[in-house]
Design a protein around this ligand. Structure first.
Ligand SMILES: [Zn+2]
Length: 629
């Protein structure tokens, strides 16, 4: 996008976001294979384009890096369409195996086989850091995901048309594969899915992630789930743990009801197995299997095979590719500059905490301890994590077999961690990712190399622009340590109350005000969900606050116009209406328009920079303005 196009039809004082981005948005065309364009998405496309070009070169001129070559060879396997179809029999054999399981007794015997061969199970298990002792891992259990992207959608008028698209898609795929009793399979699948939708969490419920921590006695879980669970766990992990963390207890309580008609599960497993694997067989199948996702996102056609290949390879070799990208495209000069910005942000955050007027000294000290302990990861890791060295496959197999094999390795590598100590040097985002994150269990923040480019950050941008961009993003990630969820975890990444009662009450009042500030804001005929997006809105708020404090330290009394203009620019997005509505339902982030326009109204610096008056639409009554951190 041309960053200099400011929209003269809109007054900044009435609509900052459209003043900055409106002209570009009016002209921008969303590519047919995408559901949105602009900002983050353009940067993602840019990184993808660079790496696609490099990957294609490496297909004929292999790199000296063995891991990278494995990624590139897999990339080539996806592009070799003829060889992909050779996986057809492998898929049909896998599907047919399910016919040998007739009832729960067979299911119990076959459970470990099903798990270790990546069959869809009626529950999900996994290994993650224990939320009350982040030095250890825990076994977690959750329900399966639903066909519609959120449980609340099942009551909406959109449910039936979307499920019909899914149904037609499945029937077409089953017919093409020559699978009989297709109608029965899809009807039973939808029946099973409807039952799941009633007992698993909605996106709003998932957003309150502290509530995922429900430790259950292992034997109790076996009782509620199935006695076969004990065998499964011993086969996977060598021995049973004392407890299992149940992410959604309602699911576990209703598991028996869900499985009342065993044939519903079998049909659902068959359909899921097919839908999630046929894309590896050919582009024709991939196009078919993407029909439903496109109906949800509004995208008009599937992505090119190149992009599909690149994204698939990233699912397995993300860090390998991220380190390659970081070393080649992210300079040491930029890294040093970004480190100095992060240090300034952390220091400003500390000063603001010290000067905080609504917390007692005891709570302030604890918050500062948490900030002091926060680890910072910038660019890409020094060394590639061990697990990537075991992602080995035979290039002579079909793509589907390779993917199935690699998935098994990923799962068993993750499972093997259960009784091992947690390694805090691991990165959760690769260097080629255009994003940033706070990991509550590690109490660390990560800024991959790929986000460290304009408009977020550039050595060629002004200090004001960089602080309005990456400065606010850095402050945002730090603030996640102190959002409604982060506030319940301590400096070691454990759920632990470090607040005085009165201070926490104050914080909850502020959190509630943030929920109300965003709840119900209109967009595309739908509304923002204040509860779903509260953690991100608190983080945005803290991001702007701390970045403003940081720039004040190094450039006191500077003109903040470029700061706020670049802040609005980083949110520039044009999305299809279907996609906007989808995000309003499932995304913990608020819509880009309000992340810019609603948030800036909270800051006196914004009013001062642009001389905003009571008669301007961007004006917000001072009594309604919120600054938390
Ligand atoms: Zn965030």
């Amino acid at each position: 996008m041309n960053s200099n196009e400011l929209n003269s039809n809109v007054r900044l004082e009435d609509d900052l976001y459209n003043y900055v981005n409106g002209e570009w948005i009016a002209k921008a065309k969303i590519p047919a294979d995408q559901s949105s364009t602009g900002g983050f998405i353009d940067l993602r496309n840019g990184v993808e384009k660079i790496l696609l070009k490099d990957f294609k070169k490496m297909l004929t001129k292999p790199s000296k890096d063995e891991l990278l070559n494995r990624a590139v060879t897999l990339f080539g396997k996806v592009l070799d369409e003829k060889s992909r179809l050779t996986g057809l029999n492998y898929l049909l054999d896998k599907v047919n195996y399910l016919d040998s399981i007739k009832d729960e007794a067979n299911f119990a015997t076959a459970l470990y086989y099903l798990y270790s061969h990546n069959y869809p199970l009626p529950f999900n298990i996994g290994v993650t850091e224990d939320m009350k002792d982040a030095t250890k891992y825990s076994l977690i259990l959750a329900g399966p995901s639903t066909i519609l992207p959120d449980t609340t959608m099942y009551n909406s008028p959109n449910a039936a048309p979307l499920l019909n698209v899914y149904k037609d898609m499945v029937l077409t795929i089953l017919a093409k594969l020559g699978i009989s009793n297709a109608n029965e399979l899809i009807d039973k699948t939808l029946q099973f899915d409807m039952k799941i939708s009633k007992i698993v969490k909605s996106s709003e419920e998932w957003a309150d992630y502290i509530k995922c921590y429900n430790p259950y006695d292992f034997n109790k879980v076996c009782e509620l789930l199935t006695p076969a669970f004990a065998n499964l766990v011993v086969s996977c992990y060598g021995k049973a743990p004392e407890k299992v963390i149940i992410f959604d207890p309602k699911f576990l309580d209703n598991y028996h009801e869900l499985m009342a008609d065993f044939s519903d599960y079998l049909a659902w497993a068959k359909v899921n197995l097919i839908v999630s694997n046929v894309s590896y067989l050919s582009e024709e199948y991939r196009n078919l299997a993407g029909t439903y996702a496109r109906a949800i996102s509004g995208a008009k056609k599937m992505s090119s095979v190149d992009k599909f290949a690149y994204r698939l390879v990233n699912q397995y070799y993300d860090e390998v590719i991220g380190v390659y990208y970081g070393k080649k495209y992210f300079g040491e000069e930029a890294k040093a500059d970004v480190i100095s910005i992060v240090k300034n942000l952390v220091e400003s955050y500390k000063i603001r905490l010290q000067e905080n007027t609504w917390l007692s000294k005891a709570t302030i000290d604890k918050a500062i301890t948490k900030l002091d302990k926060m680890e910072i990861k910038i660019g890409y890791p020094d060394k590639i994590a061990d697990k990537y060295y075991s992602y080995v496959y035979s290039p002579n197999q079909s793509l589907l077999e390779i993917i199935d094999h690699l998935t098994s390795i990923v799962v068993s590598y993750s499972d093997a961690k259960l009784y091992q100590p947690v390694d805090r040097t691991l990165w959760v985002m690769s260097g080629n990712t255009v994003n940033a994150c706070y990991n509550p269990s590690f109490n660390d923040i990560t800024f991959p190399a790929a986000i460290l480019q304009a408009p977020f950050y550039s050595i060629n941008q002004s200090i004001e622009e960089n602080y309005g961009g990456i400065g606010c993003v850095i402050g945002h990630e730090i603030s996640h340590a102190f959002d409604n969820n982060g506030a319940q975890m301590d400096e070691l990444g454990n759920i632990n109350n470090w607040w005085t009662e009165a201070d926490y009450k104050n914080f909850q009042t502020k959190t509630q005000a943030m929920i109300e500030q965003f709840d119900g804001l209109p967009l595309e005929g739908a509304k923002v969900n204040g509860k779903l997006s509260v953690s991100e809105n608190i983080a945005d708020n803290g991001g702007v606050t701390s970045s403003l404090a940081s720039i004040e330290r190094i450039k006191p009394n500077c003109d903040l116009k470029p700061f706020f203009i670049n802040y609005a620019r980083i949110w520039c997005t044009k999305a299809r209406p279907e996609y906007t509505k989808l995000l309003l339902t499932v995304d913990v982030h608020g819509p880009a328009y309000y992340r810019a326009n609603m948030q800036v109204r909270n800051f006196p610096e914004f009013y001062k920079a642009f001389n905003i008056k009571e008669t301007d639409k961007m004006y917000l009554d001072p009594a309604k303005r919120i600054i938390i951190w």
